[in-house]
Design a protein around this ligand. Structure first.
Ligand code: LMR
Length: 407
């Protein structure tokens, strides 16, 4: 093919370099390509039942049955999503803490979609500002905010012992390094990747610090119900809102409803009054319209159907509690199995961590060895998806961990 001058155009895409694999989802790609039959994938945060499956919850099946019978259309949703879904999100996330006319809520494709919309809103409406993220944090946080051109800075979080919260360091960074107007990214519960959350007294201090320093709370709420309970896990948000009039909360229903691939989430921006909330809502809609236009319908309809029906809600609450309890039991089984190896490997500190993940303290070399020698995939930071462990494979998993610790 020739251009209008009769010469051959250069091949534009030939100079594109290959991007590195994603630090979390890239591991599942490598896992799937691994031919070993005894391989284990404990990387991505997905719950698995005792048979190793990621189940569809019974309440979800029941809601889908109702949708199949009653759904009238597959037409577009409004740009900001379905009204009943948005109301359900507000009740779940905020309880009775805030009057709904002060909250702008927009249905999003998953928690990541909510975070990216938050990034887009901050970059467009609040510049200049920086976003402060914990060290460590979810492997995708930096990329999501940087993609909208926002500078991402780090505050201390995990202490040098790799087992506890560096609360003093965190406060020092927020008070001496962050500037008025910056946003502080916090994990409402089940901190990813460490599983280490502030205590309720510490949340009060964080809330007060943000308010005194004029820092905007930007809260990632991806694991509601996986820590201590649905309302218990929202206590951090309530503490923040007691001292701060404004906040952004990005929540996800991937984990707590097992709706991973349906991409169901929301961004809620709490404003000072109803007028501001309505202007914020209009800006969120503007940003989304030129991005993905409007959210996918199916997953949000499932959540709204469940949360709109008392019977399905209580079924969901007990299915969620069963997942939470089983993860806790797996964590305990891991600790006792490591003790039983008799090599003095004390992972008792994992019992203080909560949620889907545990931070093992394994270094990059040990993580690589786990993969190459044993076909076990965990995230490079040493994060283990406890919710993916299997009772039946605990002995071999712990033997592999002991092996990489000793060699
Ligand atoms: C994780 O941290 O493994 C999950 O939040 C899934 C993801 O998108 O990374």
């Amino acid at each position: 093919m020739t251009d209008s001058n009769g010469s051959q155009p250069s091949l534009r895409f030939s100079s594109i370099s290959t991007a590195p694999p994603d630090p979390i989802l890239g591991l599942t790609e490598a896992f799937l390509a691994d031919q070993r039959s005894d391989k284990m994938n404990l990387s991505v945060g997905v719950y698995k039942d005792a048979s190793g499956q990621t189940p569809v919850l019974n309440c979800v099946k029941a809601a889908e049955q109702r949708l199949l019978e009653n759904e009238k259309t597959k037409g577009y949703l409004p740009i900001d999503g379905a009204a009943d879904y948005r109301k359900a999100v507000q009740r779940m996330v905020f309880g009775e803490a805030i009057s709904s006319d002060r909250i702008a809520t927009l249905q999003s494709p998953g928690g990541t979609g909510a975070l990216r919309t938050a990034a887009s809103f901050l970059a467009s409406e609040m510049p200049p500002m920086r976003v402060w993220a914990s060290t460590p944090t979810w492997a995708n946080h930096h990329a999501v905010f940087a993609a909208e051109g926002l500078p991402v800075e780090s505050y201390r979080y995990l202490a040098a012992d790799q087992k506890s919260l560096d609360f003093e360091g965190m406060l020092e960074d927020l008070t001496s390094k962050a500037s008025r107007g910056d946003a502080v990214l916090l994990h409402a519960c089940c901190h990813n990747p460490t599983g280490i959350d502030p205590t309720s007294d510490q949340w009060d201090v964080i809330a007060k610090t943000l308010s005194e320093r004029g820092l905007l709370p930007l809260i990632d709420f991806a694991y509601q119900g996986f820590g201590h309970g649905i309302r218990e896990d929202a206590a951090s948000i309530e503490a923040i809102l007691q001292q701060n009039q404004e906040a952004i909360v990005c929540n996800s229903f991937s984990k707590n409803f097992g709706l991973y691939g349906e991409r169901v989430g929301a961004i809620s921006i709490v404003a000072g009054d109803a007028g501001a909330a309505s202007a914020v809502q209009s800006q969120l809609k503007r940003l989304v319209r030129c991005n993905y236009s409007n959210p996918p319908r199916h997953g949000g309809s499932i959540v709204a159907t469940i949360l709109g029906c008392d019977e399905l809600t209580s079924q969901w609450e007990s299915e969620l509690a069963a997942m939470r309890d089983r993860i806790k039991a797996l964590r305990e089984q891991f600790v006792t199995t490591m003790q039983r190896t008799g090599k003095g490997h004390d992972f008792g500190f994992l019992l203080d961590q909560c949620g889907m993940f545990s931070f093992s303290g394994l270094n990059k070399m040990q993580v690589d060895q786990l993969k190459s020698d044993h076909g076990i995939y965990i995230v490079g930071s040493g994060r283990i998806n406890v919710a993916g462990m299997l009772e039946s494979k605990m002995d071999s998993f712990c033997a592999a961990i002991a092996d990489v610790l000793e060699n």
